[in-house]
Design a protein around this ligand. Sequence first.
Ligand code: CA
Length: 432
Amino acid sequence: MTQSTLTRSWVASANGHTDFPLQNLPLGIFSLNGSAPRSGVAIGEHIFDLQAARELFDGDARRAVDAMADGQLNAFFELGRAPRVALRARLLELLAEGSNQQAQLQGLGAQVLPLAADCQMHLPAKINDYTDFYVGIEHAQNVGKLFRPDNPLLPNYKYVPIGYHGRASTIRPSGTDVRRPKGQTLPAGQTEPTFGPCARLDYELELGIWIGQGNAMGDSIAIGDAADHIAGFCLLNDWSARDIQAWEYQPLGPFLSKSFITSISPWVVTAEALEPFRKAQPARPAGDPQPLPYLLDKRDQAGGGFDIELEVLLTTAAMREQNLPAHRLTLSNTQHMYWTVAQMVAHHSVNGCQLQAGDLFGSGTLSGPAAGQFGSLLEITEGGKKPIELASGEVRKFLEDGDEIILRARCQRDGFASIGFGECRGTVVAAR
Ligand code: CA
C-alpha cells in the first residue's frame, strides 16, 4: 500500500482532508478532558489514540507505540527509522477502508478516535535544545539589504549554515498567546536606550526540524547519515522583537528579542509522509562556492530538498469582529533553502556537539524572492516604511495587540494525496 494509490480511509473526514488524509499520519501528544497527555495520530477530524489501540500493534510497531506511553515522543524519536516505518505501515492497514479492524475500531468510537476539536494538543517532545538556522537565502538577502544595501550577504553565508542557539524553555504549541515582550530599545536618533514594550513585533515563517537519534559528544553525524537522524517536521514561528533585536544583536546575535516565545505546530509530520514531496536541492547559482566536503553528499543534493508550500495569514481583532477573511501576508516554499536539513544536522554536529532526540531546529525565515513571498513583516514593510492596508481599513507596520498570525503548510503533487501540517497559531496580547 503506497501513497500514490490514493487509498481511502474508513474515517470519512480523512478523505480529501486538507491536512490529515490517510497518507499523512503525523504524530502528536494530546489530552482529553484534562486527562494525562497521550500519543496519537491525526486522521481527518479525529485523533487515533495509540495507547487505546496498543493491542493492535506488534513487533517494531508495538515498540514504537510503547516508546510513547510516557506522553512524549522523545523515546520514540530515539528509536530511529525502522520502528517509525513499521508504525506507519500498520496504521495504513488499520485505518484504510476495508481494514480487518474497521468494525472493531468503529465500535469503539471516541474511545480510540476522539474528535480533535475536543482535545488539547501539547508539545510533542521534551525539547532539550533549540537551534535556529538562517538558511532562507532570500530572507538573508532581504534583511541584509536593509542594513547593508551594497553587501547584503556576509562572506561566510555560502560556506557555513549560519545558526544560533535559541531558548527551548519558551517553545509553545499552536494556540498559546504571545505576550508582547518588554526590553531595551534605542529610539531613532538617540544615543541612549529606553525600556518598555516592544513596538516592532514581528513573525518569522520557518520550518521546524525534529531530531531523532542523536550522537555521542565528540562524534559527528556524517552528511550521508544525517537524514536518518531527523524524526520529522513542523511549522515554527520565531516571533521577533525587531526594536529589541536591533539594539542587542551585535556582536553575539539575537538574545531577548527572540526568546520570549517560539510557536510550533503540534503535529510531527514524518519523513515518510513527505517522501513524495522531496526535491533536488536547487543548483547553486554560477559563481557560488560548492559546499565543503563534509556538507556535500550526492544523494542529499539529489533529493534532500522539499516542495512544501508555506502560508502566513493575519487577522486583527477588528477583522474578526467584522467577520472579514484572514489577510494573506506570505505565500512561500521550502525550496528557498540554501542548505538542506541534512546539511544543518551535519554542520551542527561536526565539532562534536551532541544532538539529542527531541532537539528542535528552526530553518530560518523562508522567504521567496518576490513581493507576496516575504516571511516576515520586516521584509514586507521594509522595516516599517511601507505599511500594509487591511480590508478593515486598518494598517500594519508591525503586529498590534489582538493580531493573530496563522502559519500553514501544504504539499501537493499529481497522483498523490495532498497533505498539510496543521496550523501554527498565536495571538498577540498586551505587555504586562
Ligand atoms: Ca529566525
